[in-house]
Every structure is written in C-alpha cells, then in structure tokens.
Design a protein around this ligand. Structure first.
Ligand SMILES: Nc1ncnc2c1ncn2[C@@H]1O[C@H](COP(=O)(O)OP(=O)(O)OP(=O)(O)O)[C@@H](O)[C@H]1O
Length: 579
C-alpha cells in the first residue's frame, strides 16, 4: 500500500514538473482574468448609470456617451477572453508535446511487463488532460475566485440582496458537490465501456479477413453490439445524472436572477434601493454564478481529465524514466545465458525455468521443442523485451540491462514468429522505421536476405508502400522483408523465431545463406524451429521441454542422443508390451 502511494506520488511529481513549464503562461492567464473579471462589472455599472442617471436626467447625450464607453469596454473584455482561450490552448498543447514521448515510451515499456489498463490508455489519458486545459472549463478556476467579490458587491447594494445571492450561491455549490458524488461512478463506467467497445471494433477490423472468410460476421457483430449496447446504456445513465444536475443548476440560476429582480423591486417599492440597483444586482448575480453553472455542465470532461491525470501518474510511476546508461562498445557475438527464468507479463508461473547455455561468435544455435515449450519466450527474453524473473543474459559479458534499450536493439536482429510490418515504404520498414533510411544499408540487408530481386520486381521497388498487414506482399515475401529488417545495420546477434514457416525452397535456401554469412562474419545466430531444414546451419542444439532445458550441446551429438533415447523408449515400451 505504502509503495503504491509512493509510486503514484512520484508520477504526480513528474506530471507537476511538466505542468510547471507553463507557469508563466498561467500567470498571464491569471492577469488577463483579473482584468476580464473587473470588466464584468461593465454591465451592472452601465445599468446603474442608465436607470439612476440617464432616466432621471432624460439626457440622450449621456446615454450615447455611456453606450460608446460600454461598447469599448466590452470589446476589451472580448479580446481578453479570446487571449485567455488562446493561451490555454497552447498550454494544453505544450503539456501534451512535453509528455508525448515519455508517455509513449512508458506505454511500450509497461506493455512488455504487464497488461494493465493504464498502459493501454496512456495517450488517450494525456489527450483528455490536454482537452480539458484547452477548454473553457479550466478558465473557471480563474473566474471562481471572483464570485465572492461579486457577492460582496451585491451585499453592498443591500444586505437583503446579499443574503439572497449568498444563499443561492451556496445552494449551487451544494448541487455541484452532489453532482460530483452521484455522477462519478456512471461517468467512469461509461468511459470504460466505450473504450472497450472501441477496442473490440478495432480488433474485428484488423481481423476482417478471418471474420469474413469464415462467416463470422454476424457473430462478431452480435458480440460487438452487446458491448456497444452496454456502453450506450451506461452513457445514457451518465448523461441522465449529469443532465439532471445541469438542468437543476440552470433553472435555479435563472430563478435566482428573477428572485433578485423581485426582491430588488420590493426594496425599490420600500424606497430602500433604486431601479438601477435592482437591475445591476441581478446582472452581477448571473456573472457570479456563471462559472458554477459551466462547471456543472461540463463535469464529465473534468472527471475524465482527472481520471486521466491519475492514470498517467500511475503509468509514469510504474515505468520510471530510464537512467542514462554508459555507452558500451559494439559487443562481440558472445551470448551467455545462465539460470534464465522467465514469467510472461500478466502470468504467475515461469514459462522458462533456469535455462543455461553459451553461444560463441561464429556459432549458430538451434532451439527446438514441442509447441508451448518456451522457444518464443526465450527469444523475447534474449531481445530484452521480457525481463528475466531470475538468472541473467549476457552479451559480450555485459548483462542486457546494461545496454540502453535502443542501442541493444541495434545490436540484435529479430525475426518474430508472427511478422508485423508497418505502414510505410519497404525501405523504411527494412531500415527499422528510420526517418531517412540509408539506401546502401537497406539494399545490403535486402541482398543478404535474398529479398533484393523480389523487391525491385515490385512497381515502386524499395519505395513501394505497404500496410501494417503487409498489403500487397505475400506471407513469404513479408517474411523475407522482415528478415532483411533483422539483418539491417549489421547486428551481432540474429534471433529467428520460426523463420521458415512461410518460406518456399528458394526462401529457405536464402535463409541458410544468410545464416552462413552471419557465422562467417563472426556473428551468432539463434533459430527457434520446428522444421529440420531450419537448423541445417546450426552448430549447437538446445532442446526445450516445458520450459526446461532437456538437452544442449553440439547439434549432431544432441540429435544422436535424442535418437538413442527415442529407440530406448520404443524398446522399453515394446518390452512392456511383451510382459
Ligand atoms: N504473453 C503471454 N502471456 C502468458 N503466457 C504466455 C504468453 N506467451 C506465451 N505464453 C505461454 O508460455 C508458454 C511457452 O510459450 P512459447 O510461445 O514460448 O512456446 P513455443 O515453444 O514458442 O511454442 P510454438 O512452437 O507453438 O511457437 C506457453 O504455455 C504459453 O501459453
């Protein structure tokens, strides 16, 4: 409990520091607000003068002069209000720009260790905060402190008027508090459900092929509709609650304004106030209470941003900023894994248990084992994506966490089991999304992966635009482009997870040549595989079984032992049958 609090506090502190960057702008808005609120007195003072001076003296000149002055003051007030809005829009944009990268990276890092919701919604939370800052609701903070002054002003006109205004104001504040209490849960629930429905729609859209080709459209719609209906029902409840408080506030404020006029008229009849006071106090009251009405009306936005702020602080605390690491020289391809234990994020049980092995420069290691034995888990731990729960992975003697993550990524070439490319050109994809791909390196990597010919045969060659799912590329072509991406910029360690699952003979040959090339250059290669053709170039073999290392050593020796064990097993089961 204590740790959680401390963690969140650290996140809050980081957010507060980002917010403080705009401190001078907040002061500017505060100053504008001082003048803008002072100018709010223009209307009431004009009414006082018109009723008590102009109507008394019947002077058209005075009325014209006053009206011109008032038009001028309203103009200034409008300008100040416009300026406040513009400044706050920029404050919001600056906060978002300051935190974008940090939140983006925190989301990525957090997703690698856990599947908690704050990691999913980080950027949306930041946007909710930015929207609130840029909206008129936040200006209420600068206007609310003036409400007591306006109420005092009314009291100065007449204590009875003051009592009515203060009583009405208190009632409105009470409604605001009740609004907060009653609408918090429904608004939160509505936000969560709408997020869930959005996610599901996105999931269905990306899996459109499966859904369409297996007649799952209607079932997928029904599933999505259920979530959508839930979200709609919750949105209606939230809007009912918020709407009723909003209507109550509006009605009450309008009634108070009329009540003010009524009480003012009574005081006029009693000779205790002038007509000007009657009108002016009614206008002043509406100015005093306007911020509260706005606040109640826009409360869901405030709540969403507040939740967003909490989520962000939680996310930033859970993924603290990485300390700068001392740059290490480019490592030699010496991989040493000792006692490696890995628990996938969100899981409680280890899926890789105390696995140890060594790979020297120029060697290729094949990792085999049945489905679910932990091959991909090992690959993810070796890239540094999943942190070890125990043991250590060393590259050229240094534990992986001694390398800055992006630098480590440059030393490693990774071909995941499920190839994912990104929207962009083939060259950008091979160059790992570098903004300005180095053409020579891109072509070199493509040639190593034997993908060059297939790429130049496309209409726009390396500049062919592809989508995240590959677009016009076939499964095998995607895998070859992904292999080129893995080989880009001369990595020292190449990790290939089921690399030939989509490859034809030519592709497999190209892959084996690439592995040979890596070995000849003194790099090391790890191949997670099912098919024997994939381990053809391997010198070593690691056999995994239910997360354990069941065998490790030179390939031929391990294979011989496996065959011997297999024959032993067959023999013993045969003997068992004779008995
Ligand atoms: N993200 C995850 N969260 C929780 N458990 C996971 C996750 N990914 C994999 N696992 C579990 O870890 C175990 C090992 O999975 P892994 O993907 O490493 O197997 P594999 O040997 O690569 O299998 P295959 O040959 O089918 O690809 C499996 O029991 C799997 O259910």
């Amino acid at each position: 409990m204590v740790t959680a609090y401390q963690n969140s506090a650290e996140g809050y502190a980081e957010l507060a520091a980002a917010r403080r960057q705009s401190r001078s702008l907040y002061w500017a808005v505060g100053l504008f607000s001082v003048f803008s609120n002072m100018l709010m007195l223009t209307g009431p003072l004009y009414m006082l003068q018109v009723y008590d001076r102009v109507l008394g003296s019947r002077s058209v000149e005075t009325l014209v002069a006053l009206s011109i002055l008032v038009a001028f003051l309203y103009g200034i007030m409008g300008l100040l209000d416009f300026a406040r809005g513009r400044v706050m829009a920029r404050v919001g944009a600056r906060l978002q720009a300051t935190l974008d990268r940090r939140v983006f990276e925190a989301m990525l890092r957090r997703s690698a260790v856990s599947n908690d919701s704050v990691a999913q919604t980080g950027l949306q939370d930041l946007e909710a905060v930015q929207r609130l800052i840029a909206s008129p609701v936040l200006l209420v903070i600068f206007d609310l402190p003036w409400t007591p002054f306006f109420l005092v002003g009314i009291t100065l006109f007449h204590p009875y008027l003051g009592m009515l205004a203060v009583g009405g104001g208190t009632l409105l504040v009470l409604i605001t508090v009740l609004n907060q209490i009653y609408s918090r849960k429904p608004v939160l629930q509505a936000n969560i459900s709408s997020h869930r429905a959005g996610l599901m729609a996105e999931e269905i859209r990306t899996e459109a092929e499966t859904i369409q080709s297996m007649g799952m459209r209607s079932a997928a719609f029904t599933r999505w509709k259920k979530t959508r209906d839930n979200s709609l029902a919750e949105t209606v409840v939230a809007s009912d609650v918020g709407g009723s408080f909003s209507s109550l506030t509006k009605t009450l404020r309008m009634f108070l304004q009329s009540a003010m006029l009524g009480l003012g008229a009574y005081l006029v009849l009693q000779g205790m106030a002038t007509g000007g006071v009657m009108i002016a106090s009614s206008i002043l009251l509406s100015r005093a209470l306007a911020p509260i009405e706005l606040l109640v009306g826009q409360w869901p936005q405030v709540q969403r941003a507040h939740k967003g702020w909490q989520h962000l602080s939680d996310l930033l605390a859970k993924a603290p900023e990485e300390t700068r690491k001392t740059a290490l020289p480019k490592p030699k391809a010496r991989l040493e894994v000792s006692g490696l234990t890995v628990v996938p994020p969100g899981d409680t049980r280890a899926k890789l248990k105390t696995v140890s092995f060594k790979v020297e420069p120029g060697q290729a290691l094949g990792v085999i084992g049945p489905s679910g034995s932990g091959k991909t888990t090992l690959a993810r731990a070796l890239t540094g994506f999943w942190r070890p729960a125990g043991g250590v992975v060393r590259l050229d003697g240094a534990a992986l966490d001694q390398y800055a993550p992006d630098v480590l990524g440059q030393h490693i070439g990774y071909l995941p089991q499920r190839v994912q490319l990104f929207d962009g050109t083939i060259a950008e994809n091979i160059a790992r999304l570098a903004p300005e791909p180095d053409s020579a390196k891109v072509v070199e990597a493509a040639k190593k992966a034997a993908a060059h010919d297939l790429i130049v045969s496309l209409p726009d060659g390396y500049d062919t635009r592809i989508t995240a799912g590959g677009g016009r590329l076939s499964g095998g072509q995607m895998q070859r482009v992904a292999l080129a991406r893995a080989l880009y910029d001369d990595p020292v360690l190449l990790i290939l997870d089921e690399p030939n699952s989509n490859l034809d003979n030519e592709g497999s040959l190209a892959l084996n040549n690439a592995i040979k090339g890596m070995k000849a250059a003194g790099k090391s290669v790890l191949i997670m595989a099912h098919r024997p053709s994939a381990i053809q170039e391997c010198d070593l073999l690691l056999v995994l079984d239910d997360g354990h290392r069941s065998a490790f050593g030179p390939k031929d020796q391990v294979l011989r032992e496996m065959v011997a064990n297999h024959q032993q097993l067959l023999k013993s089961s045969g003997m068992g049958g004779m008995r």
